[in-house]
Design a protein around this ligand. Sequence first.
Ligand SMILES: Cc1cc2nc3c(=O)[nH]c(=O)nc-3n(C[C@H](O)[C@H](O)[C@H](O)COP(=O)(O)OP(=O)(O)OC[C@H]3O[C@@H](n4cnc5c(N)ncnc54)[C@H](O)[C@@H]3O)c2cc1C
Length: 279
Amino acid sequence: MKAANFEYERPGDIKSVIALAEREDIVTKLLAGGQSLGPMLNLRLAQPDVLVDITAIPELKRVEENADAVTLGACITHADIEDGRVPDGCAGALSTVARDIAYRAVRNRGTIGGSLAHADPAADWISCLAAMGAEALVSGPAGQRTLAVAVLMTGAFDTALAPGELIEAVRIPRFSRSARWGYFKVSRKTGEMAQAIGVVLHDPDRGVCRAVMGATESAPIVFAQAAALFGGTSGAPALDRLDLDAATQALITAGITDAIDRKLHITALKRAIGRAAQA
Ligand SMILES: Cc1cc2nc3c(=O)[nH]c(=O)nc-3n(C[C@H](O)[C@H](O)[C@H](O)COP(=O)(O)OP(=O)(O)OC[C@H]3O[C@@H](n4cnc5c(N)ncnc54)[C@H](O)[C@@H]3O)c2cc1C
């Protein structure tokens, strides 16, 4: 199938994007890397009147660093991160995640902002950036606001973005030297979307202990205070202290009724813990 007809605009600034996106007489769709939107257009799952290409906007490719965080513009590609063309304040964790996404051709065009906004439950960034405590910087008709990535996704392919809002950038806190990070993705073949994702970040110098179970067919399950999942308030996450009942209950609450699926998610989490322990 081919896409239905649409008009194409390529504004040079965010204000013009918002002006188009907030118009009520037309249906607009933002285009970043096009790696998810392209197939949706061709399958006619999306039929916008106007496609608004956001890749010519310098602010959306910006990179800012300070002592606490690295901020990456929404149109930074997975390949930019994989290749180290942007700083990685997370001891290489960002490039490791990027490298595991799809194939190089997809990574060359797919963007960090597009991945978050698309909110595919099986995508890597939504789970990993939630575990990192990242925030999306959002702009829209009502101005700017900040949304924790952990609450950005509200369900499969659904986000807390209001009509006319776009993700401008993602602010990713730096790891401290004491940080231990583990990420594990279960997929049938390299380059495929995940069937289960486990992520653990233990950063005692910053008082952070987070765990995430992702690719759950909905928003990732985020344990913001994961120490409780490991039987206490201190110490690094350890396999022998993982509270399997609590992890299983969280999956059941998230609607995962199949015991084999739950096993897959718990295995991903266990392997992430194992990687964090070795880091
Ligand atoms: C074969 C294949 C395999 C893949 N495998 C993986 C994988 O293993 N892991 C993974 O994580 N991903 C995977 N992906 C997804 C890919 O990595 C892209 O991240 C993803 O397609 C979205 O990014 P994009 O820049 O292409 O967004 P687009 O396709 O351009 O847009 C996606 C959606 O987000 C909206 N949007 C885009 N940018 C913004 C913004 N800044 N603000 C608000 N809304 C916005 C668009 O309007 C659209 O609705 C795969 C894709 C393909 C085609």
